[in-house]
Design a protein around this ligand. Structure first.
Ligand SMILES: [Zn+2]
Length: 137
C-alpha cells in the first residue's frame, strides 16, 4: 500500500455530493462573482519576482504607469517578520480568523506604503500629473 492508495481509499470514503449540491455550489459561486464590485487604485499591476535562488526573488516591483523606468519595490520576504501569536486553545476557525485578520492588516499597510511611494514619485518626477487609476476586482 502506498500513500496514493491510502489517499484514494480516504477519498472513496468521503460522501459524494449530489448533482443538486454541486449545482447549488456552482450557482452560489456565480452569484458571489456577480456581487463583487470593482474599485479603482493608483497601484499599477505588479511585476512578480523571479523564483528563488535568483538574487531578485521576493522583490515585487510596481513600475511607474507612465513607463519612465522608476519602480517601487516591496521585499516580500521582509513583509511578514512579526511573530504570530496563537492561543493554545485555538481551533481551526479561530486560527483561520487570526491569519485572515493579520493578512488584512498587512494588506492595508502595504497598500498605503505603495500608494505613498507612487504619489511621492509623481510629485517628484511627473509634477502636476495625477497617477492614473485602474479598475481592479
Ligand atoms: Zn514615473
Amino acid at each position: 500500500m502506498t500513500a496514493d492508495t491510502d489517499f484514494d481509499e480516504l477519498l472513496a470514503k468521503l460522501p459524494q455530493p449530489s448533482t443538486r449540491e454541486v449545482f447549488a455550489e456552482i450557482e452560489a459561486a456565480r452569484r458571489a462573482a456577480e456581487a463583487r464590485t470593482p474599485h479603482r487604485t493608483i497601484i499599477p499591476e505588479p511585476v512578480l519576482p523571479p523564483l528563488w535562488p535568483h538574487p531578485d526573488s521576493g522583490i515585487v516591483r510596481f513600475p511607474c504607469a507612465l513607463g519612465c523606468g522608476w519602480a517601487h519595490e516591496e521585499d516580500t520576504y521582509r513583509m511578514d517578520e512579526d511573530p504570530i501569536s496563537l492561543p493554545l486553545s485555538a481551533g481551526s476557525q479561530e486560527i483561520g480568523r487570526i491569519f485572515v485578520e493579520r493578512a488584512e492588516r498587512r494588506g492595508v499597510v502595504v497598500r498605503g506604503r505603495v500608494e505613498a511611494a507612487i504619489r511621492a514619485h509623481f510629485a517628484e518626477a511627473h509634477d502636476g500629473q495625477e497617477p492614473p487609476e485602474r479598475e481592479v476586482w
